[in-house]
Design a protein around this ligand. Structure first.
Ligand code: SF4
Length: 355
């Protein structure tokens, strides 16, 4: 499964399911979006196993994407979930910070877990390189590429000339070593988790995008089994407003979670009109209506009633259909841009893609 296909699936509501298997990570990257350490939370794997084992060939996501923290701290769980998903016809992918590369080679348990995946995504950037050397990451990636049908590199950069010089050097080296075998998603570091300390504070009242939200397409199962409608983990820690909580993996099966994600009027409105327009149209008034996520987090039951009325109207339905059709017709490059990829490097997501 090529990175381009992964991005395409990412634009389809409930086509995939993100599983945050643990908050823990043995690395201490300065830009970690989940602020992970080895003391971070990690719950029993039961809710993940139950949810994925309940997939059926006729009702399942097309893909599970395992993340964390560092999901390969739980290699047996990764292998089990990938095998369980595959029995229902779902594919699996995983995003790793490559901690295991520090030891040289692939430990047997990690080798078994990786071998069951359809896509392996590795993080590498200036902050990761202070934790695991580039040469070690490349050596581990060589071994990974022998085990999986497809892989990609996920790179983030801080703003400014130093970040740009780093990116140009890394991209050139990856192209020389891997050619078109390793597409890359290159994005700016976002101000979440520990990265808040690395980035300048946004100007008061600064708007952060007024269009449809790209992060409300797939449900996220957090490490404690709570299922959210939004994949921006760090925003939802400790709960979230009712429209962003879909249920719990220990009790709600996939068909129920999928239906809630697809039918909730606020989620439909956030995916089509966007959170800012939804807040402006359906209230509540005031507050942080210029900020996308702030607007979304402040939506209420009264906003939901207004959104439901609008979406029941034929004009509202036409708008929803048109936006979803336009979204799913975008190229992988344009989808990457919508999710924050840097324009000068966005073509790299399609490297080696037959389309
Ligand atoms: S707008 Fe809402 S759904 Fe989208 S990322 Fe922000 S909080 Fe999540």
């Amino acid at each position: 499964m090529h990175l381009a296909e992964l991005l395409t699936l990412g634009a389809r509501p409930a086509a995939g399911l993100l599983l945050a298997l643990t908050d823990r990570c043995p690395l201490a990257c300065a830009h970690c979006s989940t602020d992970s350490t080895m003391d971070s939370a990690q719950s029993a794997g039961g809710p993940f196993r139950r949810l994925v084992a309940g997939f059926e060939p006729g009702c399942r996501p097309e893909l599970i994407l395992m993340s964390g923290g560092e999901p390969l701290l739980r290699p047996a769980l990764v292998a089990e979930l990938a095998a369980s998903a595959a029995r229902a016809g779902a594919r699996s992918a995983l995003l790793s910070g490559m901690f295991f590369a520090r030891g040289g080679g692939l430990p047997p348990a990690i080798r078994r877990a990786v071998a069951g995946l359809h896509h392996f995504a590795a993080s590498l950037d200036a902050q990761h390189e202070r934790e695991v050397g580039r040469a070690e990451v490349f050596a581990a990636l060589d071994a990974v590429l022998d085990l999986v049908p497809a892989a990609s590199l996920h790179v983030t950069a801080l703003p400014g000339p130093a970040g740009r010089d780093y990116l140009d050097g890394l991209v050139a080296e990856v192209r020389r070593r891997y050619g078109a075998r390793l597409p890359m998603l290159v994005s700016a570091v976002q101000p979440t988790g520990r990265a808040r300390d690395l980035l300048p504070a946004p100007a008061p009242g600064a708007a952060r995008g007024g269009g449809p939200c790209e992060f409300a397409h797939w449900p996220l199962v957090d490490q404690d089994g709570t299922v959210y409608a939004c994949t921006r983990q760090s925003l939802l820690r400790g709960g979230g407003p009712a429209h962003l909580v879909l249920g719990h993996a220990a009790r709600d099966p996939w068909p129920v979670l999928r239906e809630r994600a697809l039918a909730d009027p606020l989620l439909r409105s956030v995916r089509t009109l966007g959170p800012v327009a939804t807040r402006e149209l359906h209230g509540p008034a005031g507050g942080c209506a210029a900020d996308a996520c702030g607007s979304c987090l402040g939506l209420t039951a009264a906003s939901a009633a207004g959104a439901a009325d609008r979406l029941a109207d034929p004009a509202g339905q036409r708008i929803e259909r048109a936006v979803l059709a336009l979204t799913s017709a975008r190229s992988p490059r344009r989808l990457a841009l919508a999710r924050g990829a840097l324009a000068d490097y966005a073509d790299l997501v399609e490297l080696g893609w037959a389309g």
